[in-house]
Design a protein around this ligand. Structure first.
Ligand code: G3H
Ligand code: ZN
Length: 282
């Protein structure tokens, strides 16, 4: 199965009223685990590299090439996405490497400036057939600058999409980045209002803080791309911690990263159907 355009994966999900799991990669083992989990579930998936993860690796090219190679070898459709990019140069580099989509995050800027910068990135990415996600109404939790009370206003969201030409919009509906408990209170009525007002797919960031049944309901109300990072890191690290605790003499990194990778793959296989289930009420 070739590397698949993000737009194709998301469009198919929208027409089937389903969600798309978008999971963040830091180590190569994350990418391997996410694809193994998606193959087990028989679902397409998005591998995401954030600007912060790129900074950790000291550059995009080596880690980006590795993630793209994992995607190209997958047995299910896999897209590769640059997440929370604030630097247009990094977007350009991702496009050049073959990433299928980018999130350009100018959400800390004033509205007019966010529109101008985003529209410029959209024009350049569309010229290369690359799908663009942007954000309006900063999702809380990053660096403590915003509370989970941040909300995207539907009229402003529709105007932003019209003014920028973005392909998908990340909206603030009650989640907060990097939660380690799954008890975020989503504003389901706002999700439905945004779905009705905004003509492009909606993206839920900070989904680690959302319980399974609320993820299902969020998709049912109109969210499509579901971004999950911290939760998988928790699963990975718990398994590593267990391995190290059980055998204090471990030296070979494969002996503890391997169990982390296996646990992460199992959790991805469990979570993907949660995004495609149907519920009647919370
Ligand atoms: O862009 C990625 C995310 O929004 C993931 O957030 O770490 O809270 O799941 P999370
Ligand atoms: Zn995010």
């Amino acid at each position: 199965m070739p590397l698949t355009p993000t737009g194709d994966i998301v469009r198919t999900a929208v027409s089937a009223n389903q969600g798309v799991g978008a999971f963040n990669v830091i180590q190569l083992e994350h990418a391997e685990a996410i694809v193994t989990g998606a193959e087990a579930a028989g679902c397409p998936v998005v591998l995401q590299l954030s600007e912060n993860a790129v900074r950790y690796h000291g550059g995009l090219a080596p880690v980006g090439a590795a993630v793209l190679a994992v995607a190209r070898a997958a047995a299910v459709p896999v897209a590769v996405h640059l997440d929370h990019a604030t630097m247009p140069e990094l977007v350009e580099e991702a496009v050049g490497l073959g990433f299928t989509s980018v999130m350009f995050d100018a959400s800390v800027l004033e509205y007019e400036e966010n529109v101008r910068a985003t529209a410029e990135v959209v024009a350049r990415c569309h010229a290369a057939d690359v799908w663009v996600e942007a954000e309006l109404g900063e999702v809380g939790g990053k660096d403590g600058v915003h509370a989970p009370g941040a909300r995207t206003e539907p009229g402003e969201a529709a105007a932003f999409v019209a003014a920028t030409g973005v392909d998908a919009l990340a909206v603030a509906v009650g989640t907060s980045h990097a939660m380690t408990t799954r008890d975020a209170e989503l504003d389901f009525d706002l999700i439905a209002e945004l779905r009705a007002a905004v003509p492009v797919p909606l993206v839920l960031h900070g989904s680690s803080g959302v319980a399974d049944e609320h993820l299902t309901l969020a998709v049912e109300r109109g969210m499509t791309k579901i971004n999950i990072a911290t939760h998988l890191n928790q699963v990975f690290t718990d398994a590593v911690r267990r391995s190290l605790a059980e055998n204090g003499d471990l030296v070979d990194t494969r002996r503890y990263l391997g169990p982390g990778r296996a646990a992460t793959a199992a959790e991805v296989a469990r979570l993907l159907p949660v995004l495609n289930a149907s519920v009647l009420a919370v």
